[in-house]
Write a protein that binds this ligand. Structure first.
Ligand code: NDP
Ligand code: HEM
Length: 494
């Protein structure tokens, strides 16, 4: 008889979740050799019950992705603009990155044409800072009322269960502010060669505040050090069948072989007082700030060098939230951003549970002193002495640092309105898409754009939507509109 805990096969002994030696992973407990199973085979019940609960809901968007840990190193002095600890000279901050597609489900191919999520979590000395961006500097809309409708138009038709190009173009062509992003998406960058070969952008305008309390507007650009590279539509289509997980695999393989991918973080800085009269509304998420107006300033470099030891724990349960801002970084009047500050923690509470911040990828590296308590799966007690505030037992107090409050100008109290942004003098839904086509793309990239759009639009099944989509391209650029109309066989643009 072997000693307790040391079976004859020499391997460590399997246990139940409670650590009790498990009876068998091969045979269930039955009444006689061929008889019925009994309910008191608690180990069998535990295995079945755990299995039934293995999945948490997938993310409502950005469900398919992958992630890795790394470090962010500051390479430049930007203390004139921000006092955030992670951006101080010489600082090294551990971090987690998750890259994703947007509309596809967990098992969907990595190479479908789609924007890519670019979510970063920095475990700073001031708590977690999350920069939850995309691989696009812009987005499809500028008001959060439109987000849910937009996403439904890109996901599956509830009747057929199919992705539906008619729905997609119906939404886009009825929402002219999408033109810049759709042009971007239909171009080369709409299918990156891998997650390593794409840029990230904060996309929104954020505020930085320096130690003197001086505030500026900024935009984040996270440039790949591997170089931008893309897949053609044909390559993407082929890989969707041949290796649907190719981007997940690429990141894993690169880090495993020690070829650590890196990105250089840069910012555009706009003085607060420029905003009011800038030629574009600087808080409109469908617009960039041209580089010529606000050049890029280097901040630091992030390098991904560690694959998480367990995908579910560290990637599926990672909970990024744009509201995780640290002193020195704040939001702006971008309405999309302001709504996102609510949305993410709400979805985490639903998807993972109220104590999601205690899980390994979300737990800050600084002590948490919060009066929040209890709830499902709570595993540590409030670090506050008493569970209420104020108290006489040395519990923590809040301390807003003078001058670092992320306020912008005071708006005179007025009527509550549901209104579009104020138009600045060059604001127009099509102008920056037109600039991209004419000033940024070369002839070959323009040809691929026409081919990608025509291929995509050829699956529209409604003539009204098709005509409106052609008109949409005419508004962006008459010649490109004609070429697309020609390719999809629409004779007269409407
Ligand atoms: P610039 O010539 O200074 O910048 C053009 C930028 O376009 C490049 O720096 C590059 O961005 C990006 N780009 C290059 N090829 C593609 C492509 N196939 N698809 C998408 N983006 C591409 O001009 P401006 O700053 O005046 O911007 C002109 C237009 O460029 C804008 O209207 C916008 O459409 C696009 N753009 C501008 C960006 C900005 O923040 N100013 C960022 C990205 C695109 P990167 O350096 O980030 O790789
Ligand atoms: C994921 C909402 C716009 C980037 C999500 C999720 C929700 C959401 C609910 C799922 C989160 C989760 O389950 O973990 C919204 C709303 C938006 C919006 C309401 C606009 C009103 C944007 C924009 C960007 C963005 C503009 C980029 C600039 C991301 C990323 C993820 C994500 C990267 C995946 C995060 C991860 O890897 O876990 N969004 N989103 N979203 N969103 Fe948004």
């Amino acid at each position: 008889m072997p000693a307790y805990g040391v079976p004859e096969h020499g391997n460590p002994i399997t246990t139940t979740g409670a650590g009790v030696p498990a009876p068998s992973d091969e045979q269930s407990l039955s009444v006689g050799r061929d008889g019925p199973l009994v309910l008191h085979d608690a180990y069998l019940i535990e295995k079945m019950a755990q299995f039934n609960r293995e999945r948490v809901p997938e993310r409502v968007v950005h469900a398919k992705g992958t992630g890795a840990y790394g470090v962010f190193r500051v390479t430049n002095d930007v203390t004139a603009y921000t006092c955030a600890d992670l951006f101080q000279p010489g600082r090294e901050t551990p971090m987690l990155a998750r890259f994703s597609t947007v509309a596809g489900e967990q098992g969907s191919p990595d190479t479908w044409r789609d924007p890519r999520g670019f979510a970063l979590k920095f475990y700073t000395r001031q708590g977690n800072y999350d920069l939850v961006g995309n691989n696009t500097p812009i987005f499809f809309m500028r008001d959060p009322q439109k987000f849910q409708d937009f996403i439904r138009s890109q996901k599956r038709d509830p009747r057929t269960g199919l992705r539906d190009h008619t729905m997609q173009w119906d939404y886009w062509s009825l929402s002219p502010e999408s033109a810049h992003m759709v042009t971007w998406l239909m171009g080369d960058r709409g299918i990156p060669r891998s997650y390593r070969h794409m840029n990230g952008y904060g996309s929104h305008t954020y505020m930085w505040v320096n130690a003197e309390g001086r505030r500026v507007w900024i935009k984040y650009h996270i440039h790949t050090d591997q170089g931008i590279d893309f897949l053609t539509q044909d390559e993407g289509d082929r890989l969707a069948g041949a290796d649907a997980d190719c981007h997940r695999r690429d990141l894993y393989d690169a880090i495993e072989r020690g070829d650590y991918p890196s990105w250089t973080l840069k910012v555009q800085v706009m003085p607060l007082e420029d905003a009011e009269n800038y030629r574009f509304n600087p808080f409109d998420l469908t617009k960039v700030w041209p580089h010529g107006d606000y050049p890029l300033i280097e901040v630091g470099r992030m390098t991904l060098d560690r694959i998480p030891e367990d995908f579910f724990i560290h990637v599926e349960q990672a909970a990024f939230e744009p509201n995780n801002l640290v002193p020195g970084v704040g939001p702006s009047p971008d309405k999309m951003l302001l709504s996102r500050l609510f949305s993410y923690s709400d979805t985490h509470r639903y998807r993972i549970g109220v104590n999601y911040n205690e899980l390994p990828p979300n737990r800050p590296e600084v002590p948490v002193r919060s009066y929040a308590k209890d709830g499902r799966m709570r595993s540590f007690k409030p670090n506050t002495g008493a569970v209420y505030h104020p108290n006489s037992f040395g519990g923590p107090d809040t301390a807003v640092q003078e001058g670092t409050e992320h306020a912008w100008w005071t708006v005179e109290a007025g009527d509550l309105v549901r209104a579009a942004y104020t138009d600045h003098r060059e604001d127009d839904d099509f102008v920056q898409a037109r600039t991209m086509i004419n000033d940024v793309l070369d002839d070959a990239a323009r040809d691929r754009l026409v081919s990608n759009v025509a291929g995509h639009m050829s699956k529209i099944t409604d003539d009204g939507v098709l005509n409106r989509a052609i008109a949409y391209w005419h508004n962006i650029d008459a010649e490109i509109g004609d070429r697309i109309a020609d390719r999809v066989g629409v004779k007269q643009p409407v």
